[in-house]
Design a protein around this ligand. Structure first.
Ligand code: NI
Length: 178
């Protein structure tokens, strides 16, 4: 997962690491110098993985910080979200297959509000908002969930969740042996 020759690649915590279940604290303006450095490392880590979203707790820092880039190959549009908050969600729901860098190679359909509006601050502490549907809506909600210790498997039936978590544990054990 981490490349020894690249100090900016951070190790990604894998389920069942208990840190992934903690609630992250809000970023304050005093945190910004640290957050700028961390966000840069999180992008490097996310692109390398590769993934389209990464939340700070996934790299072991319990701060409300998310980085995303939905189409890094086709149309790179990196976005940093500090203290993101869903301020509006559609009643209409949509199901979409989700995965997570903290549950490598596991995928399942998750049903969430189809459209959301998210308020956040950027790296210059400017208040911004983003409205999204489809992949953007799902990704925003998935990443914000990480800040509250919630994982996409929490939306599955206990039967489906247990099958997926057992498969992950088995694959991680085999990977550790190699
Ligand atoms: Ni995730």
């Amino acid at each position: 997962m981490s490349a020894a020759n690249d100090a900016s690649i951070l190790p990604i915590l894998i389920v069942p690491d208990p840190v992934l279940r903690k609630t992250s604290r809000a970023v304050t303006p005093d945190d910004l110098p640290f957050v700028r450095e961390l966000a840069a490392k999180m992008f490097a880590t996310m692109y390398k993985a590769p993934g389209i979203g990464l939340a700070a707790p996934q790299v072991g820092t319990l701060l409300r910080l998310v980085v995303m880039d939905l189409a890094p190959d086709k149309m790179p549009a990196p976005i940093v979200l500090i203290n993101p908050e869903v301020v509006a969600a559609s009643e209409e729901k949509a199901a979409r297959e989700e995965g997570c860098l903290s549950l490598p190679e596991q995928y399942a359909d998750v049903t969430r509000p189809a459209r959301v509006k998210v308020k956040y601050r950027d790296l210059d502490w400017v208040e911004r908002s983003v409205e999204g549907e489809e992949l953007l809506a799902a990704c925003l909600q998935h990443e914000i969930d990480h800040l509250n210790g919630v994982l996409f498997v929490d939306y599955l039936s206990s039967l489906k969740r247990n099958i997926l978590l057992r498969k992950l544990a088995k694959e991680q054990k085999e990977k550790a042996k190699r």
